[in-house]
Write a protein that binds this ligand. Sequence first.
Ligand SMILES: NC(=O)c1ccc[n+]([C@@H]2O[C@H](COP(=O)([O-])OP(=O)(O)OC[C@H]3O[C@@H](n4cnc5c(N)ncnc54)[C@H](O)[C@@H]3O)[C@@H](O)[C@H]2O)c1
Length: 357
Amino acid sequence: MMQRAKRPSSNEPVSVLVVGVGHLGKQHSRVYKELSGARLVGVVDRDPEKGREVAKNLDVPYYHELSPELLSRVQAASVVTPTPSHFEVASQLISSGVSVLVEKPMTSSLADARVLDQLARDQGVTLQVGHIERFNPVVLAALPYTRDPIFIECDRIHPFSFRSVETSVVLDLMIHDIDIVLNVVDSPVAHLDAVGTRVLSGTEDLASARITFENGCTAMFKASRVAIQKSRKMRIFCPGSYISLDYIAKTGMRISMKEGYDRDRIDFKKMATLEESQGAYPLFTQYFNIEQLIISSEEPLRGELQAFLLAVRTGNEPIVTGEHGVQAIDIATRIVDQIQDSQEAFYRRRQGKPVES
Ligand SMILES: NC(=O)c1ccc[n+]([C@@H]2O[C@H](COP(=O)([O-])OP(=O)(O)OC[C@H]3O[C@@H](n4cnc5c(N)ncnc54)[C@H](O)[C@@H]3O)[C@@H](O)[C@H]2O)c1
């Protein structure tokens, strides 16, 4: 039976709840409290100490659980509990006609993600998935130049944080890049190769993957949560241009061929000799423009929550849909499955056991 989604009237703020106010959920709560388009009805957390502290700081009520009475008073909610509970919490909200922003990864399994996406469609509520990098000003500055990419490299390297260890680094970190790449390339996956291993936790801490798309584009992904230093970079090669993004430095650079560049007419031997005496830069800039991208200082979470509130208010499709969440999990779980198969074979070989080919 279709439950009508609860949406505010045109000039009313969206009545919103945050479920799970740990590391990230307290940031969702803070931003909702700051946004004029939202009215933060309260925060929900299984841990009364954590929940009460966040509620007190923001001067909103704390709730231990989602009671029918509370559900009747909200139109939208952020689900920021640990990933294994997303499905249960989001299903309860959606079934009550509440629109949801479900943090990434949308669910722990592909099957659950599909069911959740269908449930939201059946109930007519907005389901947005927390792929926050879509709202990162570094990515937004690059998007106008990323048409028809040929080759993409993504690095997402983190020190060990002791958080989210129940989730593979692929579903925890690499999924951000998977979502961006799927959005930029917009072509079915033709082939996927992956390697990786556990190091400090019980799930993959290191992973590398290479995806080839049907349109010929190749994307290389590297993710680690056991590094000493943090690095988050993306390099995108398109016909005639190259974009280099650094999410931590919040910088972006675009190099594009000047008009008339013709590699068949360049004397590479002569240029190599000149490079020795003059250095690469002056020669390079004869043929290429180098421009720094203009990056806004907007907080990505603010952009993400504003987009969610707008989608709830209008009923229009959100920027990151449930289907996008499903697609990202589909690719991420295929990567994890390949890693686990090759790791199993590796340990069987080490133990002298037969390995199925
Ligand atoms: N988009 C991003 O960049 C990003 C970054 C960090 C985390 N995340 C995602 O956000 C989610 C939360 O991560 P975190 O690091 O904030 O975790 P966390 O452990 O710091 O916080 C989770 C909170 O949820 C509470 N909780 C657990 N089960 C609950 C339930 N059933 N009902 C209500 N409260 C419950 C816990 O008590 C805790 O306070 C994860 O899915 C994670 O993948 C996304």
